[in-house]
Design a protein around this ligand. Structure first.
Ligand code: 5GP
Length: 186
């Protein structure tokens, strides 16, 4: 049976990456898509693991060759989901998670209506700001940009079928995993 497709969106700093990784680590049948991006490599990035980092020219070439399932400009870079690997994994019966922004989420929803749409929301904007500051990966200017973007992202919340409020990591992990298991067994 073909693997299911899950879109997980939510503002930067909400913890969606950690939630997805923990779910994947507890389940042998989940693949988290590795996006391609033009943004600069940060200290905590592992090229080829967190993202595949490419130049603007390479990104343009991938667009021209129709290699993206979706792509969007987010913050100061372009990010995209390579189509081929997602299709290959699903054909092998593996569930695929796309951890992408709301613009990309809307494109996937239109192209693949069977995709299960999950939005990870912060308990409050204050807590989101604190989390962004505590991770010490962005400059002050970047934090402001991400908070501004978070307000826009949260406006898309009601276009997602499932909302997980990340106020307790273990519970959020369980909720996402339950959703995935439900789809697998239905
Ligand atoms: P960051 O640079 O902080 O890792 O990610 C910035 C934002 O880009 C996050 O909201 C993340 O979900 C989003 N993002 C990462 N990969 C993709 C992608 O392939 N497509 C789209 N549309 N957004 C992505």
């Amino acid at each position: 049976m073909k693997g299911n497709l899950f879109v997980v969106s939510g503002p930067s700093g909400v913890g969606k990456g950690t939630i997805c990784e923990k779910v994947r680590d507890n389940d042998g049948n989940i693949f988290i898509s590795i996006s391609v991006t033009t943004r600069e490599v940060r200290d905590n990035d592992i090229p080829g693991v967190t993202y595949n980092f490419i130049s603007d020219e390479e990104f343009d070439r991938m667009i021209e060759n129709n290699e993206f399932y979706e792509w969007a400009k987010v913050h100061s870079g372009r990010y995209g989901t390579p189509r081929k690997i997602v299709e290959e994994k699903r054909a092998q019966g593996i569930d695929v998670i796309l951890e992408i922004d709301v613009q990309g989420g809307m494109i996937i929803k239109e192209q693949s209506p069977e995709a299960v749409m999950v939005f990870v929301a912060p308990p409050s904007m204050e807590i989101l700001e604190q989390r962004l500051r505590d991770r010490h990966t962005e400059t002050e200017e970047e934090i402001r940009e991400r908070l501004k973007n978070a307000v826009k992202e949260i406006e898309y919340e009601d276009r997602y079928e499932h909302i997980i409020v990340n106020d307790n990591l273990d519970e959020a992990v369980r909720e996402l995993h339950d959703l995935i298991l439900n789809e697998r067994n239905s």
